[in-house]
Design a protein. Sequence first.
Length: 113
Amino acid sequence: MSKTLFEKICSREIPAKIVYEDDQVVAFHDVNPQAPVHVLLVPRKPIARLAGATPADREVLGHLLLKAAEVATQLGLAGGYRLVFNNGPDAGESVPHLHGHLLGGRQMGWPPG
């Protein structure tokens, strides 16, 4: 099976503006930002989407959420931020590799869709 775009970014086959990485998660700026700060947080383990996660993925998913908060602090988003996970094409998912969108740097509207 071929690698997803995000797997290629995680393995440095495709360049990205990485703001954080460790053995489980990579965070990088989105190439099509929807807010002044728009960072994607991707588990290195290829999980297609949240609905495809299993109890075995609990540790990496928890780690990803904790790192999202750390990255938000690192990027100066003390006033708040939004963390979005799209699940499936109808939700706007364009890459079948679970990822969180960390959005901030402006007032967020509600409802988001």
